[in-house]
Design a protein around this ligand. Structure first.
Ligand SMILES: [Zn+2]
Length: 161
């Protein structure tokens, strides 16, 4: 059954409420995320970067982890993401890795930038050649590192993802 506009709004309102309560409770940043499958909320989480000393604990990543734990899977096929703010590059990538179906966002990246959460430098950084990135990045021991890939390719009992 398709999700109605009313349901869409309710899921987004839940994400926004999480974001607001995260601030008013003093727990952290103004970000919330709800993951839904078949019209049912699988996980709802807020940002917990400062509360848990985890720079990757954005609302979307937290919600993906909780949803995967709840469903006992590493892929969220058929799941919709309702996030109070347009995802940053890390969260966008996580949503793609999780194979979610669609994304709805409240605030835009521009709104986030105006509130002090500017991730445009990350989007710009990704587009730069690695030789021009602000964090130096270079290959090292490639000949040794490839061994794990060779073994992976030869392993028949692996779980592909
Ligand atoms: Zn993020």
């Amino acid at each position: 059954m398709p999700i109605s506009n009313t349901q869409h709004a309710q899921f987004m309102q839940q994400a926004i409420r999480l974001a607001t309560e995260n601030v008013t409770s003093g727990r952290g940043g103004p970000f919330g995320c709800v993951i839904v499958r078949d019209g049912e909320v699988i996980a709802a989480r807020a940002n917990s970067v400062t509360a848990t000393n985890d720079p990757t604990a954005h609302a979307e990543v937290n919600a993906i982890r909780a949803a995967c734990a709840a469903l006992g899977t590493f892929q969220l096929t058929g799941c919709d993401v309702y996030t109070s703010c347009e995802p940053c590059p890390m969260c966008l990538a996580a949503i793609y890795w999780a194979r979610c179906r669609s994304i709805y966002f409240g605030n835009t990246a521009q709104d986030a930038a105006e509130a002090g959460f500017d991730d445009s430098f990350l989007y710009a950084e990704i587009q730069r050649p690695i030789s021009e990135r602000s964090i130096p990045i270079q290959p090292l021991l490639s000949d040794e590192a490839v061994e794990s890939f060779n073994i992976w390719r030869e392993t028949t009992e692996r779980i592909d993802y």
